[in-house]
Design a protein around this ligand. Sequence first.
Ligand code: S3P
Length: 171
Amino acid sequence: MKSLILIGFMGAGKTTVGEKYAGKRRIPMVDTDQMIEEMAGMTISAIFDTKGEEEFRKTETAVLKKLLSGSEEKVISVGGGLPLREENRKMLKQLGTVVYLEAEPQTVLKRLQGDTTRPLLQGGDVKNRVEDMIKRRGPIYREAAELVVDVNGRSVDEIVGELEERMGEKE
Ligand code: S3P
């Protein structure tokens, strides 16, 4: 059964939108970051600190493989960096319909103000870093996705509504 996969930058609302959409459709929702935290028994920040980013990226790929072995329809929200590996993008496509929640730097910066849970956004010139990362990652997210949904200046209900409409058109 095909799943719905939400990709996009940190703070785009993948988890919030995914939970609402899954709740309305009464299907399960999983989040790769949460799966990794449960498997490792520690937070994402602690994994970055103690094992390093490379080890975290390896776990992301392992989690995708695990998801591919299941057959139940679900909503899958994935960490912002997961689609950067080509082998991960291939697996995302196999899992179902990939939707890119597109957020501008301003939206991300507003939503993640004061956030301490994203190791890649701690310290230094966060504004510059977010702008730079979105510029580099944007084309990759687009390449990975079948649908693109603009989240800037929109409520969760509006975004979920558009998602329902566009997923409905596909059926
Ligand atoms: C990351 C995004 C985070 C998390 C980790 C790295 C990234 O997930 O996987 O901090 O590289 O963009 P969210 O997109 O859910 O914040």
